[in-house]
Ligand binder design. Sequence first.
Ligand code: AMP
Length: 364
Amino acid sequence: MAAIPPGSTIGILGGGQLGRMLALAAARLGYHCHIYAPEADPPAAEVAAQFTRGDYTDAAAMAAFAQSCAVVTYEFENIPFDPVAALAKLVPVRPGTEALRISQDRLFEKDFCSARGIGTAPYRAVANVADLCAAATAIGLPLVLKTRRMGYDGKGQAKIGHVDDVPAAFAALKSDALIAEGFVRFHRELSVVLARGTDGSIVSWGPVENIHRNHILWRTHAPARIEPALAAEAERIARELAEGLDYVGVLAVELFDCGDHVLVNEMAPRVHNSGHWTMDAALTSQFEQHIRAICGLPLGDGGRLCDAVMENLVGDEIDAWPALLAEPNARLHLYGKSEARPGRKMGHVNRLYPPGRAPDPEVS
Ligand code: AMP
């Protein structure tokens, strides 16, 4: 497969901060980016060569966009599937549509893992209250009820601690496309972010530990402080998923550390918030690596230069930017969003430490 050389145009579906950081990394390698997004003034457009404002369902605008690009990628997985599949007939779309189809649906994701003997929380598809009662009997309580599609940052989820909660939980989500999962009593949450090239080579940054606040990722500690055997298991699983999907690009796999084993929670077919630390603390960042992968270039070295703690700046936390700029070991990244609404990711800071010197996740 011929490489797409620097100077070519990369299309990015979606205009958020992930698209912005992809466009910046692409520009550094001499590529031009064309952003396609429905918003008027998305953060990615500000740093890209071209921007088309359009709905993903506008077939004519999407076809014109495809014409201008040597390859197309996407920065979020909740993009309407059919328009992306139509686009893939006109221009290479990487990661491919099969990875998108599976990662758009929590049930497909878990079935994909189960078929490979990869552990997940016990789960059942739920279309109605009777299914939910049956799931509670089969799996036991507590349960987490989730929408199969379009959930993010804990949205579209309800915990069920008692059978009496079943009707209210079902009414809260009210959909015939739900999944009930057994509640996992995990020690910590991990993710493995890796890249797979068009030649099948894989470069991983290794497992990191993720800490959430109000269901939004707050901090990522790199590396995760886990036993080498558990780290190897998490890594093996992420590689197996990437190979099973014949994946091209950066893939993030979120896992629960259950002490002596790990379970897959979900995967994201894109660059991931828990990989932002690589911008300052790895030889090749996840953004550069994704561009390399989708353009068919050799992957870069994923080696860690130092330990890092990434912290998201959510809502008005961005107001701390002067103090953050003054921290000697901190590297600040702001997304250029005009309005700091509660819950909105406005930027992140990477704090860098010599190996073994980062604060413990428990006390930081
Ligand atoms: P998700 O949208 O699936 O990533 O879920 C958001 C968060 O809810 C996760 O990061 C976990 O903290 C928690 N969570 C999700 N599923 C489960 C589960 N089956 N058991 C326990 N906690 C869960």
